[in-house]
Design a protein around this ligand. Structure first.
Ligand SMILES: *Cc1c(COP(=O)(O)O)cnc(C)c1O
Length: 404
């Protein structure tokens, strides 16, 4: 086995340059702490971008992985497997869903959702009804279809021609949707209940209720992309519960595997019927190892005391960040829900979110950005309260250095 020492410099020699990773290489994690190659310790408020929902090296996830790894890893969809069936049943029991399709990433779950929406309309109304309405600044993944449905033109640059039949409305502006939607052409409206990547921007409850009504009036499906907001992140198993608006299709990934790649598309029996035998598939989708780990994640996160804990941690973190924001004049607002928080930079700090990341790392705390104007936090849902306190102290030290 190759055990040659590696360093950050190697990245530029052997990797395609599509990422610009930080200078440290974490090698071990436990709970909400990680250690780098030099043994330096960091408090993790990144959570692998809302993925490590139960922190690092969670004992329950370790044993679920270990146990399944000794039985069977993979069978392909020529066979079904016990972990996939159990997980699908659990997801149906806990949500509006009656049918599940498994994939491996958020983009793939969304790809399945968009294909299903078109196919369902094609089956029930005909080929004219194929248009998808999404929102400016939305993020739905990086495949060509999902990046086209996403609302950031820069991610499409140089990759065109893009798939057609996609329109972008203004987030939280129902009139802009009314102007685009029609019974004849629209098959679906897709939205993140809280726009994650573009700045942790929550949808107004009235807006989502209005979308539901518009979709019903126009025989269009409502798709919630809960890749970032799902699996307890907002203090609810899925954010749609918080809004009291039920979608026809919901996609889940990121936190679902707690760090093991797995994704799911949830839907009703009626809509799901359109993905008939042979219409869609994925080799790894429903992989036994992935589903066994996700089962443990869902069984843990769906417990009422865990979800309640998310809201308590959220309050503590929100208050702490707001206090730092006020002391140093760096944040105008802390928005979001549960443990998906966006600290919005004040006028004079516009465009400098990256500096907060870098300064944080120097003081031993890992935070994220969401666009250039928002510092984003998405830690483990069970981060100990004492780790939150220490992370806040370290972050304050970082801000103090930046602000002087
Ligand atoms: C991260 C994200 C995706 C893409 O997920 P991948 O696993 O990177 O493909 C899609 N939608 C939302 C809302 C996301 O936050």
């Amino acid at each position: 086995m190759n055990k040659e020492p590696v360093s950050r410099e190697l990245f530029d020699e052997v990797m395609v340059p599509n990422y610009a990773p930080g200078n440290i290489i974490p090698v071990r994690g436990e709970g909400s702490r990680v250690w780098d190659q030099e043994g330096r310790e960091f408090l993790d408020l990144q959570g692998g971008i809302a993925v490590t929902s139960l922190g690092h090296a969670h004992p329950g996830l370790l044993s679920a992985l270990q146990e399944q790894s000794e039985k069977v890893w993979h069978l392909s969809n020529v066979m079904t497997n016990e972990p996939a069936l159990r997980l699908a049943k659990t997801l149906c029991d806990h949500t509006f869903a009656e049918r599940v399709f498994f994939a491996n990433s958020g983009a793939e779950a969304n790809e399945a959702a968009f294909k299903l929406a078109r196919r369902y309309a094609w089956d029930n109304f005909g080929p004219e009804k194929h248009e998808i309405i999404s929102f400016k600044n939305a993020f739905h993944g990086r495949t060509l279809f999902t990046v086209s449905v996403g609302g950031q033109q820069k991610y499409l640059e140089g990759f065109e021609p893009a798939p057609g039949g996609i329109h972008h409305a203004d987030f939280n502006d129902l009139d802009s949707v009314k102007a685009l939607i029609s019974k004849e052409k629209t098959c679906a409206v897709v939205i993140e209940p809280i726009q994650g990547e573009s700045g942790v921007m929550p949808a107004d409850p009235e807006f989502l209720k209005g979308l539901r009504q518009l979709c019903d009036d126009n025989n269009a499906l409502l798709i919630f992309d809960e890749v970032q907001t799902g699996v307890g992140r907002t203090g609810h198993l899925y954010a749609y519960e918080m809004y009291g608006v039920i979608p026809d299709i919901l996609t889940s990934a990121k936190g679902l595997g707690g760090g093991f790649p797995v994704a799911a598309m949830l839907t009703t029996a009626k809509v799901g019927a359109s993905l008939a035998v042979g219409t869609h598939g994925s080799t790894y989708g429903g992989n036994a190892l992935a589903c066994a780990v996700a089962q443990k994640v869902i069984d843990t996160v769906s417990q009422p005391e865990i979800l309640k804990g998310v809201n308590e941690r959220s309050e503590k973190l929100r208050r702490g960040m707001m206090a730092i924001g006020e002391r140093y004049g760096v944040f105008s607002e802390v928005r979001g829900a549960g443990l998906l928080l966006g600290c919005v930079l004040t006028e004079q700090w516009q465009g400098r979110a990256k500096d907060f990341l870098t300064a944080g790392l120097e003081e031993g705390v890992m935070v994220l950005m969401a666009g250039a104007n928002v510092v984003r936090l998405a830690p483990s849902l069970i981060i100990p309260e004492t780790d939150i306190e220490e992370a806040l102290q370290r972050f304050e030290a970082a801000v103090k250095k930046l602000a002087k």
